[in-house]
Ligand binder design. Structure first.
Ligand code: FES
Length: 267
């Protein structure tokens, strides 16, 4: 069991933000999660999101910008400074950003907080999908691609979550599309590929789209894009998708960042 002293040493980094748990879900028998968050200028989740638990911010220093949707989905921006408390109702679209010129910090409470805590811990290490899959007893094969074996990321994380990992690298040619295709075809033949999830590589996205169509396997892709506003107003983050045979533009920040794999045109 984690003591308060060891927990005080534990700091997670998610994107540019630093989180320090003060009361974990286990500490409170699942009732809540309390943590401190420090955001540098430009920090905060880029996209609007929602979760069932309500969330409460007490700003400690600096300034935060809050984007919170109402019951009709209209998103309103407000700012809060030291000592101010902002409540985000459960289930509402929202995001919290540091749009000021200096660092900001807040004390945050979610109730209940177990799901968010699991997500944040996994996201801090890059394994959110594997964490959710493990929680629901779904087998995962993670194909980890890198330039060479010394820069392969998150192998221990995935294996710690019960996922099987296969490493492919440029340095020995194993990351070539033909080899990854063979790996995927083998997994499909073994009945171990019900869905594909990918990010980062255009050539692997194209491969998964082709195999997904061939074997009728659905999939999702996490799109990367430069963002400015992060909540759907500036249209800087648009990418092209093909939906029902028609080319359409979608905003990665507001409409994604995760999309139907077959609709993405790619990078
Ligand atoms: S970053 Fe402005 S609309 Fe997406």
């Amino acid at each position: 069991m984690q003591t308060a002293a060891t927990r005080d040493q534990e700091q997670l980094t998610v994107g540019a933000d630093a989180l320090r748990f003060r009361i974990t879900s286990a500490d409170s028998d699942g009732a809540l999660l309390a943590f401190e968050i420090r955001m540098p200028p430009g920090g905060g989740p880029p996209a609007l999101h929602r979760h069932e638990p309500a969330e409460l911010y007490r700003v400690e220093h600096g300034e935060f910008a809050f984007y919170i949707g109402d019951e009709d989905g209209l998103v309103t921006r407000s700012t809060a400074g030291p000592g101010q408390v902002v409540a985000i109702p459960g289930g509402r679209e929202h995001t919290v950003r540091n749009e000021s010129a200096g660092d900001s910090a807040a004390f945050v409470v979610l109730a209940p907080g177990a799901e968010f805590e699991r997500f944040v811990r996994a996201a801090a290490e890059g394994g959110a999908i594997a964490a959710l899959a493990a929680e629901h007893g779904v087998g995962v094969t993670a194909i980890l691609s890198a330039r060479n074996p010394s820069v392969v990321m998150s192998k221990e994380l995935f294996e710690g979550l019960g996922a099987r990992t296969i490493t492919v690298v440029d340095s020995d040619g194993s990351s070539a599309v033909e080899n990854v295709e063979k790996i995927l075809e083998d997994l499909i033949a073994q009945g171990k590929a019900d869905a594909f999830f990918t990010c980062g590589s255009n050539r692997l996205l194209k491969l998964m789209q082709r195999l997904g169509k061939k074997h009728n396997i659905p999939g999702q892709v996490a799109m990367e894009q430069i963002m400015v506003c992060g909540f759907g107003a500036c249209y800087v983050c648009m990418r092209t998708f093909v939906v029902d045979g028609k080319r359409v533009l979608k905003r990665v920040c507001r409409d994604g960042p995760v999309f139907n794999m077959q609709e993405a045109v790619g990078w």
